[in-house]
Every structure is written in C-alpha cells, then in structure tokens.
Design a protein around this ligand. Structure first.
Ligand code: RNT
Ligand code: ZN
Length: 423
C-alpha cells in the first residue's frame, strides 16, 4: 500500500491551508474542533450483535448476515478487537455498549438483575484510555422478547422489561459517574408486527406507560442522558412498529429530559435524516444520531463517506450544533473483516465531520441571503473538490494513526495473528 512520507503530508497540508484560508476557513481550527467531537463506536459490530448470553430468542428484527471468521466471543476478545480498531481511528472517541455484553463470570444473571459490577471490566478499560461509554438496554436476543417487550400486553413480560430498562439506566448513570462523562442510554425496542394489526392504539398507550415507569427515577444529567429511538419497520415487523417516529417525537416533546434518537436507516428508503435535524433543533437542544447506511430493506450497512453521511455532517455544522448532537454509529456486517468494518465506518464518519467543518459555509449563506441561488449552487459544487483530503491526512498523522491505506495492512496482520486463531 502507498505510504505517505511526512514531507508529502506537510507539503499537501500547507497548500490546503492556504487554499482554505482564501475562502475564510482556518484548517488548524477545524482540526482542533474535530478533536472535541467524539464518535460513539458501537461494540456490536465486533460480534454480529450477538452479546455474551446465548439465550436464544428473537433477534429483534435485525440481522447481521455473513460468517467471516474471527468473531469476538467474549469481553476479552471484543475489547482486544476494539483496541485494534481504535488504534487505527484518529482522536478520542467513545464506545457504545449494550446490556447483553454484561460479564457475569459464568453465572446466569437475568436481564432484570444486572448491575454496574457486570460492566466494571469495560469501565476499567475505558478509564485507562480516558474515553466515555454509552449504553443501551437490550430488548432483543432473549426468549422473553419474542412477542413484545415494553409494549407487551402480558403484565409479567412487560414488568420484566421495565425492570431491565431501569437497571440499564442505573448502570449507565454509574458508568457516567465513574468515567466523569455522561453516558447516553438509548432505548430501542423491536415491538411490532409482521402483518396489519387491528389495534395499534392500545400498544402505543402501553409503551408510553412503560417508558414513564422506566424513566421515573431521576438521575444527574452529568452522568446520564436518556434517549429513545424510533423505527419504521424491521424484519418480521414490516407492517407496524409500536415505537414509530411520530410516537417518540410526541414522547420527547411532551417531556423535558428525554432526547430523540434518529437512526439513518429507520425511515422510508428515500427519506433522509439530515433534513430533520434543523426541524428538531428548533425545539430541542439535544439529539442522538445513529449514523448507519440503509441499503434497500437493510438499515445497517457500514457507514461510508457518501452523500447521506455528508448531508448529516453538513447539517450539524450549518446548525452550529456539534455540541448538541451525539454522533453514534450503528451498523453490523458479518461478511467482511469486522475490524475493517469499524475502521472504515468510523474513519468515514470523522472524515465527513471534518469535511463539514472545512466548508466555507458563510459564503454559501451570503450567496443565499443575496438571493443569488445560481452562485450558491455553483459554490456548493466547487467546494466538493477543495483539498480536504490533505487536512484529513494531516489530522491522522498528528493523531498517530495510519495515513491513507496503510491501516488495511495492519488489519490483515491482526487477522493473521489473532483472528484466524479463533476456532
Ligand atoms: C435496531 C436499532 C438499534 C440496534 C442496536 C443494536 O434497528 O437500530 O439501535 O441496531 O441497538
Ligand atoms: Zn439504531
């Protein structure tokens, strides 16, 4: 693979710095800003959303397809793989955990019994790196999730999941406290139906009540941020999902302290989440994004530096909202090397964020305010070829991670030395 010399990186950066300066953009400052924007990297890309419990049961209408060798099977392996991925991704990012990654020392501990101690290894690991952890209750991969969770009409099942939701918040708050950075605890449930339901309203009312109960305990917002994630359809819930976009919009707008999560793959296939950001930020000061890549019916392909990702980043930048939007990833691909999936998706996301920070936005707005839409369009088009790649390379070099394609060789080495020995 082509390996950049330091000279080449510096030369190209110097030229880029001058070109951007001519458009009123300070590339040094953009890199400083990027450093302060963590991307929350999801642990579940490392093991195909399996978790460590092996309980069977519904996978919640999501599915990682493929069986590339070397899947992480326990906490040690998953952390080892994440270490490798993190070493190839610039900046200080965050890690996003799910409750089903609890480590119970071989003991059977129910989802309604888990506590902070089952996540202490993750917390120690994050402490050493100085990074934050986000959290998710797991309403999937469990026999009691087969016919609904928080929206279940069965009292016992619902109670079980309400307790799980409460435990998860308690754990997330303890994690936030231990790491001294709020943990975003995201509630997503799969409840829905394959075919047309006759009564949608009852389940939605039940879900509202269950959420109220799960969220009833107040925690310090310096430790915990509560979010809820909507979805249009899943595998086996094609006709109806209880927690739809309108449902959760209503929920967060009728409460002060609950934040909406938009997953890029959870809407109609031609609908994008980028346009929704300014609408929501008009009313709310905080948002969680699950950045993923929808392909036809799948919502979770590896994130790329493509139009959709760029539009998301551009909108956050143009709304001046990087301090309001939590940028998390959500994809899972079991058909390729899982570490390369993490690195590709996270580097693409950070590159898109940097690209947005480098945009000469004020010139676009100026043209717009002058009513010169031809100029606005022409500038947008010309800005696409500004030398952001040189700034990205410099950012990677400054953060001591591989520049260009050389990280691919590192992943291959790791595959040969570590992953291929997992039989
Ligand atoms: C599922 C949601 C949810 C999950 C993770 C595993 O459709 O997007 O965010 O992907 O919680
Ligand atoms: Zn999601």
């Amino acid at each position: 693979m082509y390996s950049y010399s330091n000279d080449k990186i510096e030369q190209a950066y110097k030229a880029a710095n001058e070109i951007y300066a001519a458009y009123g953009v300070d590339t040094d400052k953009a890199m400083e800003e990027l450093k302060k924007i963590p991307v929350s990297i999801h642990c579940w890309q490392g093991d195909d959303v399996a978790g460590f419990e092996n309980l069977g049961g519904s996978s919640g209408g999501i599915m990682a397809t493929g069986n590339y060798p070397g899947r992480a099977r326990n906490g040690e392996e998953l952390r080892q793989d994440m270490d490798k991925a993190l070493s190839l991704i610039p900046g200080k990012n965050r890690v996003n955990l799910h409750a089903m990654y609890a480590e119970t020392n071989g003991k059977k501990v129910g989802r309604d019994e888990i506590t902070f101690e089952h996540f202490e290894k993750w917390v120690e690991w994050a402490k050493e790196k100085g990074i934050g952890i986000d959290f998710n209750p797991s309403f999937l991969n469990h026999p009691l999730a087969d016919s609904g969770t928080l929206a279940s009409t069965d009292d016992n099942i619902r109670k079980f999941w309400i307790e799980h939701g409460k435990r998860s918040r308690e754990i997330a708050a303890a994690i936030g406290k231990a790491l001294n950075t709020p943990s975003v605890n995201n509630i997503w449930i799969p409840d829905g139906s394959k075919d047309l339901p006759a009564d949608r309203l009852t389940q939605r009312r039940i879900l509202k009540e269950s959420l109220d109960e799960v969220l009833s305990q107040k925690y310090n917002s310096e430790y915990l941020i509560d979010t809820v994630e909507s979805k249009l359809f899943g595998i086996g819930s094609e006709s109806y999902v209880v927690g739809s976009h309108e449902f959760y919009m209503g929920y967060v707008f009728s409460r002060d302290d609950v934040v909406l999560c938009l997953d890029a793959g959870h809407f109609h296939p031609t609908e994008t989440i980028s346009d929704k950001l300014s609408a929501l930020l008009t009313y709310k000061d905080e948002l969680l994004l699950h950045v993923s890549r929808g392909v036809r019916w799948d919502s979770d392909h590896v994130v790329l530096f493509n139009d959709d990702t760029l539009a998301i980043a551009q909108e956050i930048k143009r709304c001046n909202a990087y301090n309001k939007v939590h940028f998390a990833l959500d994809f899972f691909d079991a058909s390729i090397n899982r570490i390369s999936a993490w690195v590709t998706g996270t580097r693409a996301s950070l590159k898109a964020i940097l690209y947005s920070l480098l945009e000469p936005t004020s010139l676009l707005v100026e043209a717009e305010q002058a009513g010169n839409f031809g100029k606005r369009l022409a500038l947008m088009e010309e800005f696409k070829t500004l030398p952001y790649g040189a700034v990205w390379n410099k950012y990677c070099a400054d953060n001591n991670v591989p520049v260009g394609t050389t990280w691919i060789d590192e992943v291959k080495k790791y595959e040969d030395n570590v992953l291929s020995l997992r039989k």
